[in-house]
Design a protein around this ligand. Sequence first.
Ligand SMILES: Cc1cc2nc3c(=O)[nH]c(=O)nc-3n(C[C@H](O)[C@H](O)[C@H](O)COP(=O)(O)OP(=O)(O)OC[C@H]3O[C@@H](n4cnc5c(N)ncnc54)[C@H](O)[C@@H]3O)c2cc1C
Length: 372
Amino acid sequence: MIEYDVAIVGAGPAGCAAARECTRKGLTTVIVEKKKIPRHKACSGILVPASINALSEHFGEVPQDLLAVPSHVNAMRMHFPGGHVVDIPIHGRMIRRDRLDAWLCKASQAVVLDETKIQSFSERSDGVDLLCIKSNGEALEVRSQIVIAADGGASRLVKQIDPPLTAKLTWYVALQETYDCRCHLEPGFFHFFAFPEISLYPSAYVKDNLLVMEVVVRLKDKATLAMARLKEHLWKRIGIEQAHLVRRLGCRVTYAAPRGLFCFGTEQILVSGEASGLLNLFGEGISSALASGRIAGNVSFNSIRKGVSPGRLYRKEIEAEKRRTIGTFNYKTLLFREGNAFNFKKGLQAMAWKERLIFSQDLLKWLLTVKG
Ligand SMILES: Cc1cc2nc3c(=O)[nH]c(=O)nc-3n(C[C@H](O)[C@H](O)[C@H](O)COP(=O)(O)OP(=O)(O)OC[C@H]3O[C@@H](n4cnc5c(N)ncnc54)[C@H](O)[C@@H]3O)c2cc1C
């Protein structure tokens, strides 16, 4: 058995941000990650300004070799049925996700046990025991005062902590395919196709001279069929030639926020990042992963130092982040609030009145489909 003040499950942005906060404050910290680092993760790799700011404040400037080509995403270009195209400014950066997470992991200065999976846990009155299995089959017990569960969208820990909540969630599958090909899709934009008959979130963009396509479907539907529909749609419009598949990644996704189905853990287990349900309307989750991970790390320190319940403190401190996520699903907030990561207000201002009306109707139709 090994002992730490804090044990973190998952080496994504939430886990690494939590670890960084803990080690900075002198807590002994371990991250347990089931995959070998660096690992790929289905993600477009767009850092919105909140993510960029959190990284530079907490980890330092993002190293150049993490930035993709092109490194800037000017806008989300929304393509609507009927041929309407609208640019929603993002002012984001495009990064290589495997490298970002490996950098965060190293910079966290925690002990990292990769290729080690959490099998089960038991909560005691003064801490938590984790039973882990290494990739070679060896068992390992980790004892800590606090566990931070940052194990991503289909969190195993949340499933065990709150089975009724997990059962209420609607699950989707995200599929991402990367192609080496010649195509005429304009780089520097995240192209979003608001065509619910293709999939809920069909998108495509150029990254490192490769074409990346993404779809999201309900669990019962076939993601590969949705991808075939997106390909057909794109092939017709942008003349793609000689496409060779480079990578295919997938994962399960759920949108907890519109129904308030968050899980922030128990007394000694703090759930952060996408595991807790913090994922916004456009599937942007790095900013809330970084923010919630940092809050969880900070709460761990304060509760160990002051001997107060980490669970209660965390639920209080996480409230603002929770509200921020819920706000992204609100039609009025989305369109008219200042300072949204996806600046719809500015996008609307650039349109003529008639266009604004058509766009607002198209957007509402799509939003209602997403909310189910
Ligand atoms: C197709 C797609 C595109 C996206 N694009 C963007 C984007 O452009 N910008 C953006 O901000 N967000 C994007 N997101 C969302 C973003 O990827 C996630 O919200 C973000 O990665 C969440 O971070 P996290 O640290 O909570 O979890 P993750 O990054 O998912 O990390 C969780 C980690 O936990 C590990 N783990 C899981 N189970 C166990 C276990 N039992 N034991 C040990 N380790 C375990 C996993 O291997 C993983 O490394 C996208 C998501 C999808 C699906």
